[in-house]
Design a protein around this ligand. Structure first.
Ligand code: KG4
Ligand code: ZN
Length: 352
């Protein structure tokens, strides 16, 4: 194996069918992502059965495009990597079968990769190598967790959400505010015209030293802000009557979006700072779909400055699910001699 070793990776853990070729762990030769977002938009969330069928329909074409965009031939590929955990089991299986088939036909090693660890590596793609140790905050539609990382493959869980993921809260609150799916970008857009101070939403789990997160109460607070606390106006004469989103002005929607976004960012930033002060790492890493959020990026920048850490943010195209981060991380597995046999299985949930 050399610095220029090329790895083809496949990622199908949720609703993006992705394939990529990465050289030497960081140079992205191709990265193809087919989003299913339009398919799931009408349901306001990802429907697992619909997702796995869609992966099946597009996977071969996506792999072919990743290979042709890279300009490489199969003989130039040294290993095939794949997301093996965590994710929707039917979706993971589609990618896993494709990866096993290619590894077998091309007679190269198979490398199974953890999707969340791959998000924590995405800041190294088409960029400088990350300096370790690091604290990584991964926040996406399926995960919100903090890790201490001693290298790309040595991750220790410091804290995680005890209910909803941050991106999931963005998606659900966007549903309540009738802003569309996926919620993160829609809320960020709406929040630009709003005032965060106009609505004071709770900041859950900020007390003590906890590094865990909770977003489900915050989501309920938005629901009550829009629809009223169930039955409250009947019990107390001065409680406002339920309003309903259809009676909200555009400004009220924008204020609610801004207030919600500020609450999520405050919580994420507070925990990131707490973890940075505990671990005293060289780098702070943010990854996952929510790391595209400008307010979060700004807040993380301030924490990096205060704690003297280097801030490592993924390029926008590597914030959402992609296979380049899987190929990049797999290079470190290969370098450490960690390859898998063709009988590995997918795992839907992992907490470690
Ligand atoms: O990493 P990702 O593509 O998928 C998972 O692994 O879950 O993350 C998707 C999530 C969605 O919940 C989406 O609403 C959120 O990331 N997201 C954002 C933004 N862009 C995407 N959340 C906040 N602000 C954004 N700009
Ligand atoms: Zn993800």
């Amino acid at each position: 194996m050399t610095e220029a070793t090329n790895i083809l990776a496949i990622e199908t853990s949720c609703d993006e069918t992705a394939a990529a070729v990465v050289s030497g762990g960081r140079e992205v030769l191709s990265s193809v992502v087919a989003s299913q977002v339009d398919l799931h938009a009408r349901y306001g969330g990802v429907v697992p059965e619909v997702a796995s069928r869609a992966h099946l329909e597009s996977i071969n074409a996506i792999i072919q495009k990743a290979m042709s965009d890279s300009g490489l031939k199969p003989k130039d590929i040294s290993a095939v990597a794949v997301t093996r955990e965590p994710g929707l089991v039917g979706s993971l299986l589609v990618g896993m079968m494709a990866a096993k088939t290619l590894a077998w036909v091309w007679r190269v090693p198979l490398i199974g990769v953890n999707h969340v660890y791959a998000h924590a590596y995405s800041a190294a793609l088409d960029a400088e190598a990350i300096e370790y140790s690091a604290v990584a905050l991964i926040c996406s539609g399926g995960h919100t967790a903090l890790y201490k990382c001693d290298s790309p493959v040595e991750m220790e869980l410091l804290g995680a959400t005890i209910d909803d993921a941050a991106g999931e809260a963005f998606d659900k609150v966007a549903g309540i505010l009738k802003l569309g799916f996926p919620g993160g970008p829609a809320i960020e857009r709406a929040a630009r015209d709003g005032e965060a101070r106009a609505v004071d939403f709770p900041r859950p789990l900020l007390g003590g030293n906890s590094l865990d997160f909770s977003f489900s109460g915050l989501k309920t607070a938005v629901l009550y802000h829009v629809n009223g606390v169930p039955g409250a106006h009947r019990k107390k004469a001065n409680s406002p009557r339920p309003v309903g989103i259809e009676n909200f002005t555009q400004k009220q929607v924008a204020d609610a979006a801004a207030g919600f976004q500020a609450a999520v960012v405050d919580v994420l930033a507070c925990k990131l700072r707490r973890a940075a002060e505990l671990v005293r790492p060289r780098s702070l890493i943010i990854g996952g779909g929510v790391s595209a959020n400008e307010a979060l990026r700004t807040a993380a920048g301030k924490i990096a400055e205060k704690t003297g850490c280097a801030l490592r943010l993924p390029q926008m195209r590597f914030t959402i699910d992609n296979a380049a981060m899987v190929a990049g991380l797999a290079w470190h597995h290969l370098r450490a001699g960690k390859t898998d046999t063709l009988d590995i299985e997918v795992t839907p949930t992992v907490r470690r």
